[in-house]
Design a protein around this ligand. Structure first.
Ligand code: PAF
Length: 288
């Protein structure tokens, strides 16, 4: 059975007696669920007895002029999907309950890691993610929390948050779920026109082309890497995308400095396509 709670207090009261002998997992979402979210719920079920899915369009992570008002809110359909996926609890709080004072004067800042990649064009985004995830962790007090790897930077920031604030929570990254043509599933894909949707998978194809070039081990300097990245950006923009960033980083999102031995790198991209800002990334193993 799936039970929905719309207040912090009622959810807390329901979870309290379960803590002693049940493992609790949290899957934080902003709703408008798709198969990507459901895969995270399934992963959560493998790691816990009780799965709580939060659905909250968090105003503090949207910047001025971003899509807070138009962000799709589909609680009824979401709840149906979560029933089918056998989630135990849905937590869909009101903004006033989550933020008695708006904007909240208390902040959770992640430092440098929140200012690179997506943080360059969305400088306050991860501060909003930091406070809402901290609140959700305090409310649910889960043993395990699951986040999608599509938001790779978010996942890295959450890991840092757990380390620095000593949360006793295991963080698990769920693999990216893709449409058959390779496009990473996202609630924002619905902003694409049918023509844009047909071209959108080219973003992932471009990342794979770049990954293949890197895997060969032929790139032996920062300068050579920058040339390859520049060429990829040019090719992607030529298809009608507007690249926000395309970068290659170490797994922990630090800059690449070593071109020797075995390396695991992450190619991360954000690109506007019409009204949609698409995110994607691929991991690449490089052997020198
Ligand atoms: O990834 C998301 O959907 C959101 O950023 C999250 C983690 C639910 C916080 O609002």
């Amino acid at each position: 059975m799936t039970t929905t709670f719309d207040s912090i207090k009622t959810l807390r009261d329901a979870l309290k007696p379960l803590r002693a002998n049940k493992k609790i997992a949290l899957v934080p979402t902003m709703g408008n669920l798709h198969e990507g979210h459901i895969s995270l719920v399934k992963l959560a079920k493998q790691h816990a007895d009780i799965v709580v899915v939060s659905i909250f369009v968090n105003p503090t992570q949207f910047g001025v002029g971003e899509d807070l008002d138009s962000y799709p809110r589909t609680l009824k359909a979401d709840t149906e999907m979560l029933k089918d996926a056998e989630a135990d609890y849905v937590f869909a709080p009101y903004v006033e309950d989550m933020y008695p004072v708006m904007p909240p004067p208390t902040q959770v800042l992640a430092g440098n890691i929140s200012q690179i990649l997506c943080g360059k064009s969305r400088p306050t985004h991860f501060d909003g993610v930091g406070i809402v995830v901290t609140k959700l962790f305090n409310i649910v007090q889960p043993d395990v929390a699951i986040f999608g790897k599509k938001d790779y930077q978010q996942l890295a920031i959450i890991k840092q948050l757990v380390r620095d604030l000593s949360f006793d929570i295991e963080i698990i990254g769920g693999p990216i779920v893709r449409a058959a043509d390779g496009l990473a599933l996202s609630s924002r894909n619905q902003y694409l026109t049918p023509m844009e949707r047909a071209i959108a998978p080219q973003l992932n194809i471009a990342l794979h082309r770049l990954a293949i070039k890197l895997q060969s081990g032929a790139v032996k300097s920062i300068e050579a890497l920058q040339v390859l990245i520049h060429d990829s950006i040019k090719a992607i923009n030529a298809l009608g995308f507007k690249i926000d960033y395309l970068e290659v980083k170490n797994q922990d999102l630090t800059p690449i400095t070593k071109f020797s031995g075995h390396q695991t790198w992450i190619i991360a991209v954000a690109a506007w396509f019409g009204k949609a800002r698409l995110l994607d990334n691929v991991e690449v193993e490089v052997q020198y």
